[in-house]
Ligand binder design. Structure first.
Ligand code: GFB
Length: 311
């Protein structure tokens, strides 16, 4: 991949895609192809095939997906499985048909079994039942991985699959119902500070452990793998910052400057008890994250204040 390579980045406005886009431009790639959802609906197979035939991208990254937090996954299971299966089928098949040189497919840490030994090694995929709150999404992501592996085996393609841990950062979704925990908590504590509320409610017991990666670090790792990783085996992307939801809430409370109480609503689901990735493979290749969780949270809150000034 060189600076003039034709790189199609699908999903360039989302949390992960926008970080990859910033990184590509920063690094001087001058032929990055993007389309908004309105310009190209990845669910429409013939449109996707026509687009690939016309644009002839050499390298492709699939950062477009139907994503959301624990509540969105439980509320819209049909959309999570149908949209993700459709988009990735179309994207991966069109990449094969048009002779793409290399494809990067990001899976999700929720595709590993719910009760996995920790930290989670890549070989634990498909060794046990999934966490029920996000099973449809996880099954779609597993199908995407299997699709890439099958195409590599049958057609000799060069499709790689990374499995990132929970990401957060600029351009995240801050909707309180559908978002992931970090944007939800930043907004909840911010709103509480602005309105002088006495208490903020956190879902679940606060005991689940999560590992988080700042979107810019994730983007960096994805581009690193596109350049340096070859093969059908999946590879984890994580950042070494495991924390309980309770501790996370205390840190965000501090960053936002809220002085009231934290209440845990245990009628809400906890989801997976723990999902920390084993990073031996990725770190063995020489990649390391740049940002600590605290730095990432502070930058995300600054971004939120700038882009959601009236909330
Ligand atoms: O980030 P999150 O929605 O997703 O929730 P998952 C993480 C943890 O934070 C859960 C708790 O234990 C939640 O109960 N939590 C506490 C909250 N307060 C809140 C809140 O206000 N909002 C949210 N959203 N959570 C998702 C999967 O799982 O992770 C997806 O559903 C995907 O499929 C994604 O894999 C990366 O980590 O539980």
């Amino acid at each position: 991949m060189n600076k003039r390579s034709r790189i199609y980045l699908a999903g360039h406005t989302g949390l992960v895609g926008s970080a990859v886009y910033r990184k590509l431009l920063q690094k001087g790639y001058s032929n990055v192809i993007t389309r908004t959802h309105r310009e190209l609906d990845l669910i429409r197979q013939s449109d996707v095939e026509r687009f690939f035939k016309e644009e002839k991208p050499e390298y492709v990254i699939l950062a477009a997906a139907k994503v959301g937090g624990i509540n969105a996954n439980s509320t819209y299971p049909a959309q999570f499985i149908f949209e993700n299966l459709s988009v990735q089928n179309n994207f991966i098949h069109a990449s094969y048909l048009s002779g793409v040189k290399k494809l990067l497919f990001p899976g999700s840490a929720c595709s590993y079994p719910k009760e996995c030994p920790q930290p989670i090694k890549e070989e634990y995929l498909l060794t046990g039942p999934l966490e029920p709150t996000n099973e449809p999404y996880a099954v779609a992501k597993i199908a995407g991985i299997k699709l890439c592996q099958a195409y590599n085996r049958q057609y000799g393609t060069n499709f790689i699959c990374a499995v990132p841990t929970n990401a957060y950062g600029p351009n995240d979704n801050f909707d309180l119902e559908d978002s992931h925990v970090i944007p939800a908590l930043l907004k909840k504590f911010h709103d509480a500070r602005m309105t002088g509320a006495a208490e903020v409610t956190i879902w679940g017991t606060g005991s689940p452990l999560r590992e988080f990666i700042y979107a810019d670090d994730l983007a960096n790792a994805m581009l690193f793998l596109l350049k340096n990783y070859q093969g059908s085996e999946v590879i984890n992307i994580g950042a070494d910052s495991e924390i309980s939801i309770g501790e996370l809430a205390s840190i965000i409370k501090e960053i936002v400057g809220f002085h009231g109480r934290i209440h845990f609503d245990t009628s809400k689901p906890d989801g997976a008890p723990r999902k920390t990735l084993d990073k031996t493979k990725l770190f063995g290749l020489g990649w390391r994250p740049e940002f600590s969780l605290i730095e990432g949270l502070k930058m995300t809150y600054q971004w939120f204040l700038k882009h959601h000034p009236n909330t």
